[in-house]
Each structure stands twice: as structure tokens, then as C-alpha cells.
Design a protein around this ligand. Structure first.
Ligand SMILES: [Zn+2]
Length: 505
């Protein structure tokens, strides 16, 4: 007799329906499992038979065959346990077969018969809903996470005994009615924590408003990290789709503990020692890397000049594509990685070039070599550069009122709205994505602004790329001021954040 039970595999953040076909017949007792299975699944046999025995059910003297289809998808992890067990129990007529149609089963089973939580519940439940399933059975410990989804019935189970009871009684399940309070932003840091640094704060406001990538330079201990960390606090509030996107990734990496569902934008800090797979994702049972965990938030790369070439080269593609394709033997998987990059570095190897507090001991050549580690193509993708300097005594003692993140966020939100309306038909979302051939259309200058830009172009001898970046940043400054046309003030300010390309390789 054959029973077919549904479960879900994850490829990137996408769920794929897996059919677990279980057949039990009399014959020489044995248990076969097929369907491109990883080692962890092969161990399911052991886990499930012991668990079933410990739940008081006899499973002796049977020939069991299990097939996980489709065969071309590699199955890893222990999340298929529950579906396999249900297939067996249905076959043995311990549970009512008619009650498991249009249901999906996801969970790991322990030797004692307990149902354990698994990673990736949120994207799996979403996928079950998209495929038209009515009900998902999961571990009680995954319940909070699954509750984020509406329009599908979630049944949580603790053990095999609990599972049998709930399936057979076909208890009516309450539709999930939990609503997220997405108006809550709980950052425990704020822009008003920072004394002085007005120019740096303004540069970050522009970065957030136009989603421009930035490079911060400055001597050690000057507060680069402190500033970068606060960038997410001025990003617009998340909408429902964004919350689900962020939560999906956290679900896959197993970062959602009970009652601790994350709904803030991510700030991910990495340093040059990070491994390639932690950086971009991957592994046998694939996980998203730092670039995808930073999706819809900020990726902070400290000591930017020390990252190896391979990672920097990779970064170029990541910034362009906003998603990462990880090649695997069978099929490649895709994770999103749409973040604002904040790169930070010292101005020179010793860290004190241009400092008023300490003398730099580096030779000119050494400084050049250090900066040339950052390749030109990467610098092309970074719109804003600014130097963070040590705040002086006067700035600390100044008791002037400091703007809060919420006040700045209101301006950023308005700028996002303006961009959304402007780019609706062009397939781009922010000013940082305006292509060279679209600049004339979107960045109209007043006569005075045009004259000023021409003058600066000749005087400062900057490249065409720099010229284009100034227009993009100018566009964002104009949006923050609700100006349709870029005036002199927009250009004069934008030019201050231009990247000094001559310094980098
Ligand atoms: Zn130095």
C-alpha cells in the first residue's frame, strides 16, 4: 500500500514541494530510502524507527520503501522526518489518511518521539500557502515564526502521540489572525547619541535617502563604526513584504528564537577575516551569507583595504546584481542581497594620515600602495566618500539640541516616496541606480547649477564617472529638499562627497 505525504525543500529562499512516497509490504524486513539524499536524511531511518518504537507503536517485520520525489533535488537536513513518519503511520492505519490531504509536514523527530524545530520554517510555510495547501504541521517551537503568515492553518505538534491525536481528531484549527505591529521600531541606538560630526551625519542622511554606497575614512577610534551603526535607524520603516523578506533569511539561518522575531532592518558588520562562505553563503546544507543577512539593511565592511581581492571582486558583482547565485553540483540557488554598503578604512597603514592628534609615519609610496588595494571598479560603485575626524572639545561641550533619528527618518521617507513615484516605470528604485544615459532626464539643473558644475569640472579635473556621481548625489539632495530641479546649493554640497578617484587603484 502506498501513501503520499507532502513536505517542502528550500532552494535559496524558494520552497519546492517534495512528495514523500511510503510503501509498506510484508516480506524480508528492511527499510530502503531513495531520492538523492544527503547523509543527514539517511539517518532519518534510525531516528524515526526508534521514535515510533518509543511512542508505543510496533514496526517490526515489515518491508518499508521510501522515495522522496522529485529525484533531481538534493535533500539535506532533518526537516523531512515528520512527513516520512506520517507516511508510515498512515500506511499502518494509525492515522486517518483522509485527514492529511492538502497538508504539509515539516519537522525533525528525536529518538524520544519529540518533534523538534527546523531552520527555514517561514519560507517553507509561505511556499505551502502559495502552492494552495490548507494546513501545515510543525513543531511547537517553530510556532511563533510560522504565525507571521496569514491565510494558512498552522498546527503545532510536540510529539508523535500529539501528532496522531491532532490528525485523527481533525480538530478545527483557528485561522491565524496575528498581525504584526510594523509601526514599532526598536533600535536602542539613535543619531542623537552622537556629539558633533554634523557633516558625517548629513552624508549618511543622503546615503539613506538615495541608497548610495559610502566609503568612510578616518583615524582609529574616531567613531566610524558608531556612525555606520546608526544608518539603519534613519531608513524608512519596513513594510509587510520587507519584514517577510528579512524574516525569511533569519528563518533559514535559524536566527529566530521563540518570541524574538526580528523586524528591524539588519546591520551586519564584517571584517577581512570572514570566510568566503560566511561572506556570500553556501555550504552543504546551504545558508545565506553576510551579504544576504544584510538584505534591505546595511553591510558594514570595516578595514576595507584589508579584504582580499577575491572578495572585493565578488563584491562588484553583488552590488550590481543585488542577488547572489550560488552554484552547486545539481542546481544553483539564489539569495537576495540588496543592501547599502558602508566601507570604512584608515587613511593610511598607520592610521594617522591627516590627523591633528598624531603624526603619520607612512611614506607616500606606502600610502599609495595601501589605497590602491581598493580597485577602481569598486570605487565606481561607491557614490559617497567622507572623512570622519575627531570631534573637538568645543563640539562635546556644546549643549545644542541634536536631531533624533526619527526626525531625520521623516525626510528620508519623503525622499523614498519621491523616488518611487519618479521611477515607477523605469524599473529602478533609487537615485543610486540611475544609469548614465538616464541622468539627463532625471537630473535637470538650473542654469547657475550647470555653470557651477562646469566650472568645478574644469578646475578639479575630475572624471566623467565622478561627474555622474555628483549628479546622482545632487538628485538625492534635491529630493531631501523637495526640489524638482537641482540648484547651485545641491551641486555645491554634492561635490563635497565626491570620491577622490586619484587615490585608488
Ligand atoms: Zn600613516
Amino acid at each position: 500500500m502506498l501513501s503520499i505525504i507532502n513536505t517542502i525543500a528550500l532552494e535559496g529562499t524558494k520552497g519546492i514541494i517534495i512528495e514523500v512516497q511510503v510503501d509498506i509490504s510484508s516480506g524480508i524486513p528492511r527499510w530502503d530510502m531513495v531520492g538523492m539524499l544527503g547523509t543527514s536524511i539517511k539517518e532519518a531511518r534510525e531516528r524515526i524507527s526508534i521514535a515510533i518504537k518509543n511512542s508505543g507503536i510496533k514496526l517490526v517485520g515489515k518491508k518499508i520503501s521510501v522515495n522522496l520525489a522529485p529525484a533531481e533535488i538534493r535533500k539535506e537536513g532533518s526537516s523531512y522526518d515528520l512527513a516520512i513518519a506520517v507516511g508510515l503511520l498512515a500506511n499502518l492505519n494509525i492515522i486517518k489518511k483522509e485527514n492529511v490531504n492538502s497538508s504539509v509536514f515539516i519537522g525533525e523527530i528525536s529518538y524520544s518521539g519529540q518533534i523538534n524545530p527546523v531552520r527555514g520554517i517561514l519560507p517553507m510555510c509561505l511556499s505551502a500557502q502559495e502552492h494552495g495547501f490548507k494546513r501545515v504541521y510543525i513543531s511547537t517551537q517553530n510556532l511563533d515564526e510560522a504565525k507571521l503568515i496569514n491565510n494558512i492553518e498552522i498546527v503545532s505538534v510536540d510529539s508523535i502521540k500529539d501528532l496522531i491525536l491532532k490528525i485523527n481528531s481533525n480538530m478545527p484549527v483557528e485561522k491565524n489572525i496575528s498581525k504584526l505591529n510594523i509601526n514599532d521600531i526598536n533600535y536602542d541606538i539613535d543619531f542623537s547619541d552622537i556629539y558633533g560630526q554634523e557633516k558625517a551625519k548629513r552624508a549618511l542622511e543622503i546615503a539613506a535617502a538615495g541608497k548610495h554606497h559610502c566609503l568612510l575614512t578616518g583615524e582609529p577610534g574616531v567613531g566610524k563604526t558608531m556612525l555606520a551603526k546608526r544608518l539603519i535607524t534613519i531608513f524608512p520603516k519596513l513594510n509587510y513584504e520587507e519584514i517577510i523578506e528579512i524574516t525569511k533569511i533569519n528563518s533559514i539561518i535559524g536566527n529566530l528564537k521563540e518570541n524574538k522575531i526580528k523586524i528591524n532592518r539588519p546591520f551586519i558588520e564584517i571584517n577581512p577575516n570572514i570566510t568566503m562562505s560566511s561572506f556570500i553563503g553556501g555550504g552543504r546544507n546551504p545558508r545565506p551569507g553576510a551579504i544576504s543577512i544584510a538584505n534591505l539593511g546595511v553591510l558594514f565592511m570595516d578595514e576595507f583595504a584589508e579584504f582580499d581581492r577575491q572578495k572585493i571582486e565578488m563584491l562588484r558583482k553583488i552590488l550590481d546584481d543585488k542577488e547572489i547565485k550560488i552554484d552547486r553540483t545539481e542546481r544553483s540557488i539564489v539569495y537576495p542581497c540588496d543592501f547599502v554598503l558602508i566601507a570604512a578604512m584608515n587613511p593610511c597603514p598607520c592610521g594617522y594620515f591627516g590627523s591633528l592628534n598624531k603624526k603619520c609615519i607612512c611614506s607616500e609610496n606606502k600610502i599609495k600602495r595601501y589605497r590602491s588595494k581598493i580597485s577602481g571598479p569598486i570605487m565606481d560603485r561607491i557614490d559617497i566618500q567622507f572623512n570622519v575626524s575627531k570631534i573637538n572639545h568645543i563640539e562635546i561641550s556644546k549643549n545644542s539640541r541634536k536631531e533624533t533619528s526619527e526626525e531625520i527618518r521623516k525626510r528620508v521617507e519623503m525622499a523614498w516616496m519621491i523616488q518611487k513615484l519618479r521611477f515607477e516605470k523605469d524599473g529602478i528604485k533609487s537615485n543610486s541606480e540611475i544609469k548614465a544615459n538616464q541622468l539627463q532626464k532625471y537630473c535637470v539643473l538650473t542654469k547657475e547649477a550647470n555653470n557651477l558644475l562646469e566650472k568645478l569640472y574644469k578646475k578639479m579635473d575630475f572624471s566623467m564617472r565622478t561627474y555622474n556621481k555628483i549628479l546622482r548625489i545632487g538628485r538625492t539632495i534635491a529630493d531631501l529638499d523637495k526640489k524638482e530641479i537641482l540648484d547651485e546649493a545641491c551641486i555645491a554640497e554634492a561635490v563635497q562627497y565626491k570620491v577622490n578617484n586619484n587615490l585608488y587603484g
